[in-house]
Design a protein around this ligand. Structure first.
Ligand code: SF4
Ligand code: SF4
Length: 383
């Protein structure tokens, strides 16, 4: 199977009778309980920058009561997709699904910008993305800071494979993460070996499609999901390493779990050596509000003797990376990141941990401290 994703050749994904935007927005009773939890509402203080305001806006645009303008587009663009609003909503409004449908309508009216199109094109083609990141790594020392949107990638991309059978655990490696997570792949392999399991990295997998879905391109997202379903066919357990990818992979591939949950279930089989160090822990929005395993992660870290964990929670804890916002609107993304960087600097921590690749790239570009996935630190601490 070729490495690059040819989305036009992929079979369609099943999506039986998806609810309409009207049906999804009908659930909102406009109580406003979500407003105090929304980072963009806190930033701008506008109803139209709140979950309730965006739901009303999406509905009005969809049923034609309101014509789109650059201002209405900006309110939809600014949503971070953090889904804090979902977590507190008493009516169980599926804001994630509303956002995807609203942006699909927006995409039909307005062509995405060049940076967004470039990110979508590259993330769907891992080979081209890896080649470009290889060049970026070479050029990085010569580039001025404004031309360094991402940290320097590590030396060699992962090319780990392995034959799947009933005893192995298949690892989802993603798109941009694949070039940055060489160390994480080795770390997870060591942790799995510690519980008597073998990691394999199926060929043919690619981007999870979240980046495309959140920008309203549901067809490409569905095609990428179908591609991953085919790549992981025959495996009983697939593990995701990035909280932002998890939901899309879990929808596409049966038997998907987040690696943190999987290892937490086997925590009694792992032994850790003492590690007298203070580390900062960033809990990505997708980890807290979608995967929901922040407690499992804290439980794993608590098993390392001497490890002191400081949780970064400034500014709602949202770093502002928000998929591609850190590339398409870096100034706005910076406004969410800075409170966390200030808290990190004041914490006395010697490294930063975060379980989402987008957050690690965005935060890592603003600090000189080492930034890792928490499982990398745990693997380093294995006795
Ligand atoms: S999304 Fe939920 S919490 Fe927010 S206003 Fe609507 S019903 Fe209330
Ligand atoms: S997803 Fe996050 S930024 Fe968007 S409306 Fe909900 S709470 Fe606000």
């Amino acid at each position: 199977m070729p490495e690059d994703v040819r989305v036009t050749d992929a079979p369609p994904c099943p999506d039986p009778d998806p609810p309409s935007l009207q049906a999804l927005t009908d659930r909102c009773v406009q109580c406003g309980l979500c407003l105090p939890t929304c980072p963009t509402y806190a930033l701008d203080g506008l109803e139209s920058e709140s979950p309730r305001g965006r739901i009303a806006l999406a509905r009005a645009l969809d049923d034609g009561r309101l014509a789109s303008t650059p201002t209405t587009d900006a309110h939809l663009d600014h949503c971070l997709g953090c889904r804090r609003c979902e977590a507190v909503c008493p009516a169980r409004v599926d804001f994630g699904a509303i956002l995807v449908r609203a942006r699909a309508g927006q995409r039909a009216r307005r062509r995405p910008g060049l940076r967004q199109r470039g990110a979508e094109w590259l993330s769907a083609r891992p080979r081209a993305l890896s080649a470009l990141l290889g060049l970026y790594r070479q050029a990085w020392p010569l580039l001025p800071a404004p031309l360094r949107p991402l940290p320097r990638p590590p030396a060699s991309p992962t090319r780990m494979a392995g034959k799947m059978d009933g005893t192995t655990v298949a690892i989802f490696t993603g798109c941009v993460a694949r070039s940055y997570e060489t160390g994480l792949h080795a770390a997870v392999s060591r942790l799995l070996a510690g519980i008597g399991q073998q990691a394999v990295f199926p060929d043919g997998q690619g981007c999870c499609g979240t980046l495309h879905a959140h920008a309203g391109d549901r067809d490409t997202a569905a095609a990428l999901a179908a591609r991953n379903r085919a790549a992981f066919s025959g495996t009983a357990t697939a593990l995701t390493l990035t909280s932002g990818c998890h939901e899309a992979v879990a929808d596409a591939v049966p038997g998907t779990r987040d690696a943190i949950d999987h290892l937490a279930d086997h925590a009694d089989e792992l032994r850790f050596a003492p590690r007298p160090e203070r580390v900062a822990l960033h809990l990505p929005c997708s980890q807290r509000n979608v995967v929901g395993n922040d407690a499992a992660l804290r439980g794993l870290l608590a098993r390392v003797p001497g490890l002191e964990v400081v949780v970064l929670d400034a500014g709602f804890g949202c770093c502002g990376a928000a998929g591609t916002q850190m590339l398409t609107d870096p100034a706005r993304a910076e406004r969410f990141r800075q409170p966390l960087l200030d808290q990190l600097a004041a914490s006395g921590a010697t490294r930063l941990l975060s379980a989402n690749i987008g957050c690690r790239l965005h935060l890592g570009n603003g600090t000189a401290l080492p930034v890792q996935h928490p499982l990398e630190l745990l693997a380093d601490c294995l006795a």
